[in-house]
Ligand binder design. Structure first.
Ligand SMILES: Cc1cc2nc3c(=O)[nH]c(=O)nc-3n(C[C@H](O)[C@H](O)[C@H](O)COP(=O)(O)OP(=O)(O)OC[C@H]3O[C@@H](n4cnc5c(N)ncnc54)[C@H](O)[C@@H]3O)c2cc1C
Length: 351
């Protein structure tokens, strides 16, 4: 339509799903902006540095079960971004320098604005009006000047971003909130399926040690009993991403749910006691706690993505979108990546 600016597609969420979606759209010639509320993209593929210690404290590895994902993984391997860590018959892949590094490589050709929290998605003529906040005012100005194309925002009100289509990769409980805040009404069946998606929380302790741990090679111990408070212990030093012994200790979903609102020192105290055996004779130099409110999906959305069928294109993707015919029915990096790609392809068809 002459005179109507062509706004970009906005992808909400710069985790693996949003990044793979954006890359698919950009490769097809679309203009795309990714918005993420985190300090960097990557979402649950998260890596934290503390001095010489490096911790993967979200996903530790990924596996490959489909030829479609294998094609991407082959390319990442050829680039030297990932290597096999351990595991038969499905190899566990780790990212060089930590899982977040892989998402940084994937984000290189993309426009990604971090520390931008979208607060609502409102329909308007020819697209969407997104409201957002950032706690850092200076950063807001910088974001606009350096990253967002000029025509995207309303100069009279910088808290607005315009999009011709939105692809939301925040977990469905958060995505539904944004849609409701914008006054959208979903079809009853769609609303029911999205509202049924539930996530387990996860509490993770990050321990810097002054010597080697007692975790056996290859630096990965999973509890045999799924009700054990400590579900998984990873030695990031043995994994090859940390220059100093550094453990990530994950509590199981139920324990995390029961203790989620307790103060840091209480949670850390209990987790350290449970995992003491893996500390060996080393001392703890530093202990931090990470709280994941949305960790692994317990219930899924029964398709690769959701097309909301609203007046302008709006699609949802992410790790909890898994078609019933998928043989491994659990949310993970592969499902998130392929969901993003599938949603982007549908968007290209619609546009
Ligand atoms: C502790 C833990 C251990 C795990 N272990 C493994 C593992 O070993 N192997 C495996 O395959 N998977 C694992 N997973 C799961 C895996 O990390 C996820 O399935 C995958 O990374 C999800 O990707 P995603 O892009 O769908 O979502 P996310 O990575 O969660 O990305 C969504 C993004 O949306 C952003 N966002 C949300 N709301 C807004 C908003 N309002 N405005 C702007 N941005 C917003 C978030 O900041 C986030 O970056 C683990 C997860 C956790 C938490």
């Amino acid at each position: 339509m002459p005179g109507v600016p062509k706004h970009p597609i906005v992808v909400i969420g710069g985790g693996i799903s949003g990044l793979m979606a954006a890359r698919t759209l950009v490769e097809a010639g679309e203009e795309v902006v990714i918005l993420d509320k985190g300090r960097s993209g990557g979402g649950r593929m998260a890596t934290r540095e503390s001095g010489r210690a490096t911790f993967d404290h979200g996903a530790q590895y990924f596996t490959v079960r489909t030829p479609e994902f294998a094609a991407y993984v082959k390319e990442w391997k050829a680039q030297g971004w990932i290597t096999e860590w351990f595991g038969e018959p499905h190899a566990r892949y780790r990212a060089e320098g930590g899982m977040n590094r892989l998402t940084r490589h994937l984000a290189e050709p993309l426009d990604i604005c971090v520390r931008v929290r979208v607060t609502s998605i409102e329909p308007e003529q020819n697209g969407w009006l997104l409201h957002w906040v950032s706690e850092e005012q200076e950063y807001v100005a910088q974001t606009y000047d350096e990253v967002l194309p000029e025509e995207v925002y309303d100069p009279g009100n910088k808290a607005n971003i315009r999009a011709r289509a939105v692809l939301i990769t925040a977990p469905p409980p958060q995505a539904l909130y944004l849609l409701r805040q914008g006054g959208n009404h979903l079809a009853e069946e769609q609303e029911r399926k999205l509202a049924a998606v539930r996530y387990l929380p996860c509490l993770a302790a990050l321990l810097k040690l002054d010597g080697v741990s007692a975790v056996p090679a290859p630096g990965y111990v999973r509890a045999k009993n799924s009700t054990n408070p400590v579900q998984l212990v990873v030695d990031n030093y043995q994994k090859g991403i940390s220059s100093q012994p550094a453990l990530t200790i994950y509590a199981c979903g139920q324990w995390s749910r029961d203790h989620f609102n307790q103060p840091d020192d209480e949670v850390l105290g209990q987790l350290l006691q449970e995992a003491q055996v893996w500390q060996g004779s080393a001392n703890i130099i530093e202990a931090q706690l990470k709280r994941w409110r949305f960790s692994l999906a317990e219930t899924m959305y029964p398709a690769r993505f959701a097309d909301l069928g609203l007046q302008s294109p709006a699609l949802l993707a992410g790790d909890s979108f898994i078609a019933p015919e998928d043989d491994a029915q659990h949310a993970r990096i592969e499902t998130a990546a392929l969901s993003g790609v599938a949603a982007a392809k549908r968007l290209l068809d619609i546009l």
